[in-house]
Design a protein around this ligand. Structure first.
Ligand code: FAD
Length: 310
């Protein structure tokens, strides 16, 4: 069995594997693909000490770093179930879709998340060409431009407030008749001179020209009127879905499906830790995920020295 088995090869899982392997313990990592969401990212400009890099490049360096420690890397495999230890200090099982079960003294869950998409025509065509999901990542690219935010929950309204400080104008579109964000955020948004809000707005398409986004279309659900908004950027903020369906019933998940962890990365199960975008960690960013992965690995090591036979 492994001393530490990491599930998920994004920034959180990679950092966890590096920290575990550096303790000289038997470490494995099983992942559908190495790099996670980073593979889908072009420019990365908020990784401290690296002014600019690109997702595929960062993913390749992460994989090389993990492999340099002799970690057992299993890719193109999905975990489908977690089998808690039968008794305290026993082995935890990770069942793969292939049918095999990997066993480990400790497991670190880092399966990440994916952005919920609008599904309207044009979203795929203009993804990363104006359509984006991450204000912290891509906000500065739209300095001085007109943008829209789709989604009136806390993340949408926070994104609009954040963007208003950078862009010429931000329009927030909400499908429902009212915003769902906390009142204090709504008040702040409404106080900004360069922000406007449309409720009852059903986005129907993203439009563009010459391979670049030029705007979006929406229907006013109150009047049935079809409208068009000219913007160079659209930030879709309608939810981040954790990849945790396979963990239901095995570990405690929040109402949003996020793995519940404490500040040491412990889940509710002894010997099972978690990190990154799949967890209740509030900030979904590369460096935050890496920090979480490192914390989880150090906690797993702490667990091993307390619970393993000498
Ligand atoms: P992920 O990166 O999601 O990795 C999880 C991994 O686990 C994936 O490889 C997945 O295939 C695998 N996996 C999932 N389920 C299973 C399973 N059942 N079995 C096996 N493997 C599984 N953050 C920044 O800090 N700066 C940026 O500029 C930035 N830009 C972004 C741009 C885009 C387009 C996107 C989508 C995200 C961006 N982010 C950025 C956010 C950042 O990518 C994430 O916060 C970070 O990747 C989360 O890391 P993670 O390891 O928790 O999860």
């Amino acid at each position: 069995p492994y001393d530490v088995l990491v599930v998920g090869g994004g920034p959180a899982g990679a950092a966890a594997a590096i920290y575990a392997a550096r303790k000289g313990i038997r470490t494995g990592i099983v992942t559908e693909r190495f790099g996670g969401q980073v593979l889908d990212t072009m420019a990365i400009e908020n990784f401290p000490s690296v002014e600019y890099t690109e997702g595929p490049k960062l993913a390749a360096s992460l994989e090389a770093h993990v492999r340099s420690y002799g970690v057992d890397v299993v890719t193109a495999q999905r975990a489908k179930a977690l089998q808690p230890a039968a008794q305290a200090g026993g082995l935890v099982g990770v069942e793969l879709e292939s049918g095999a079960t990997l066993r480990a003294r400790t497991v670190i869950l880092a399966p990440g998340a994916r952005w919920r998409q609008t599904g309207v025509p044009g979203e795929d065509t203009y993804r990363n060409k104006g359509v984006t999901y991450c204000p912290h990542c891509d906000g500065p690219l739209f300095k001085g431009k007109r943008v829209a935010v789709i989604g009136g929950g806390n993340s949408g309204v926070e994104a609009a407030i954040d963007l208003a400080g950078l862009v010429e104008h931000v329009t927030l579109l909400e499908f429902d008749g009212k915003l769902r964000a906390d009142e204090v955020l709504q008040r702040k948004l409404r106080s900004l001179p360069n922000a406007s809000v449309h409720v009852n707005a059903q986005t129907t398409g993203m439009i563009g020209a010459a391979g670049k986004l030029a705007g979006l279309t929406f229907t006013d659900r109150g009047t049935g009127e079809k409208r068009e908004l000219q913007v160079e950027g659209v930030f879709v903020q309608i939810g981040l879905l954790p990849n945790t369906d396979w963990l239901k019933g095995a570990v405690t998940l929040s109402p949003r499906g996020e793995i519940g962890i404490d500040d040491r990365g412990h889940t509710n199960l002894p010997g099972v830790f978690a990190a990154g975008d799949a967890t209740t960690e509030p900030f979904k960013q590369i460096v935050v995920a890496m920090g979480g992965g490192s914390t989880a690995a150090l906690s797993a090591f702490d667990h091993l020295i307390r619970h393993s036979a000498p």
